[in-house]
Design a protein around this ligand. Structure first.
Ligand SMILES: Nc1ncnc2c1ncn2[C@@H]1O[C@H](COP(=O)(O)OP(=O)(O)OP(=O)(O)O)[C@@H](O)[C@H]1O
Ligand SMILES: [Mg+2]
Length: 254
C-alpha cells in the first residue's frame, strides 16, 4: 500500500500540466504534486502512474515517491479559479500525490548529458510500458540534485483502455523515433539483459498491489480489483522478455 496522507491546503496549480495538477500541503507537512481523480483523463491515468512509477522504481530508475492523498472537496471553496474549484469539488476521496522536487528543472537534451546505459534503461522501460509521452517536446523528466527523475506516466499501457484487445495491442512494437533520449545512444541490449529478468510475476504482483482498490472497482468485465490487477500484470510480463527486439526508430543514431 502507498502511504496515505490527507490534504490540508491547496497551494497552487502547476500551470504546465495538461491535466492541471496542483500543489498541495498534507497533514504530514509534505508538499505534493496532486493528480486529481476528477480530472478529464480519469482514474486510469492515476492507475498508470502507480503501476509505471512503482515498477520503474523497483527497476532502479528514479521516480519521486508516490502517496495517496485524501481530499475533502471543501478545500475548493475558497479557490478563486473556477477550473480549479471544479477539479477540487469533483475529486473528493483518494487522489495521487507525488513528492514535489523543489527546484527541479525540466530536462533539456541540449544542456544535460545522459550516458548510454541510463538512456538505454529509460528507453527500454518506456518501451515495456508503451510510454508515448517522453518526447523531446515534452520529455516528462526532471533534473534534481544532479540526477534524472522520471515523472508523468499517465499516457502508458494504452491497452488498459480496451481490455478485450489488450493482448493484441501489447504485441505491437514501440516507436522510439520521438523519444527525448534517442540521441544519447541508448544501450538497449544491456538494459534488456539487466532489467527483463527482474520483471517477474512476483514483482508485478507487488507493484499492482499498490493500486488503490477504489480506482479499480467497477471496471466492466472484471469481478474484483484483484482480477483487474492481474490484467495489468499480464501484458507487462508478456512484453518484458522480447520488447527490446521491437523498438523502432533508434536506428541511425547508433
Ligand atoms: N514531482 C514533481 N516535482 C517537481 N515538479 C513537478 C513534479 N511533477 C510534475 N512537476 C512539474 O509539473 C509539470 C506537469 O506535471 P505532469 O507532466 O506530471 O502533468 P500532466 O498534466 O500529466 O502533464 P502533460 O499532460 O502536460 O504532460 C511537469 O512538467 C513539471 O514541470
Ligand atoms: Mg507531463
Amino acid at each position: 500500500m502507498l502511504t496515505e496522507v490527507t490534504a490540508t491546503r491547496y497551494i497552487t496549480p502547476l500551470r504546465e500540466g495538461g491535466s492541471l495538477p496542483g500543489l498541495v500541503e498534507a497533514d504530514d507537512l509534505g508538499t505534493y504534486v496532486l493528480k486529481f481523480s476528477g480530472a478529464g483523463q480519469g482514474r486510469k491515468t492515476l492507475v498508470a502512474e502507480v503501476v509505471c512509477g512503482e515498477l520503474a522504481r523497483r527497476l532502479g530508475l528514479r521516480v519521486p515517491r508516490l502517496v495517496t492523498v485524501e481530499l475533502d472537496p471543501v478545500l475548493g471553496l475558497g479557490e478563486p479559479q473556477q477550473e480549479v474549484q471544479q477539479l477540487l469539488k469533483s475529486s473528493g476521496g483518494t487522489n495521487l500525490g507525488m513528492d514535489f522536487l523543489s527546484g527541479a528543472l525540466g530536462f533539456d537534451p541540449l544542456a544535460f548529458e545522459v550516458g548510454p546505459e541510463e538512456a538505454g534503461r529509460i528507453v527500454w522501460f518506456d518501451a515495456l510500458v508503451n510510454n508515448v509521452d517522453r518526447s523531446w517536446r515534452n520529455p516528462n523528466m526532471l533534473r534534481h540534485g544532479g540526477e534524472l527523475w522520471l515523472i508523468d506516466h499517465g499516457a502508458t499501457m494504452i491497452w488498459h483502455h480496451n481490455w478485450p484487445g489488450a493482448a493484441a495491442s501489447a504485441a505491437r512494437p514501440y516507436d522510439a523515433s520521438d523519444h527525448a533520449l534517442r540521441t544519447f545512444a541508448p544501450d538497449i541490449a544491456s538494459a534488456a539483459a539487466a532489467l527483463a529478468p527482474r520483471v517477474t510475476e512476483e514483482l508485478l504482483a507487488e507493484v499492482t498491489a499498490e493500486i488503490p482498490d477504489v480506482w479499480l472497482a467497477g471496471e466492466p468485465g472484471f469481478d474484483t480489483p484483484d482480477d483487474l490487477r492481474a490484467a495489468y500484470a499480464r501484458p507487462l510480463a508478456a512484453r518484458a522478455a522480447t520488447v527490446h527486439q521491437h523498438i523502432h526508430g533508434l536506428e541511425g543514431d547508433r
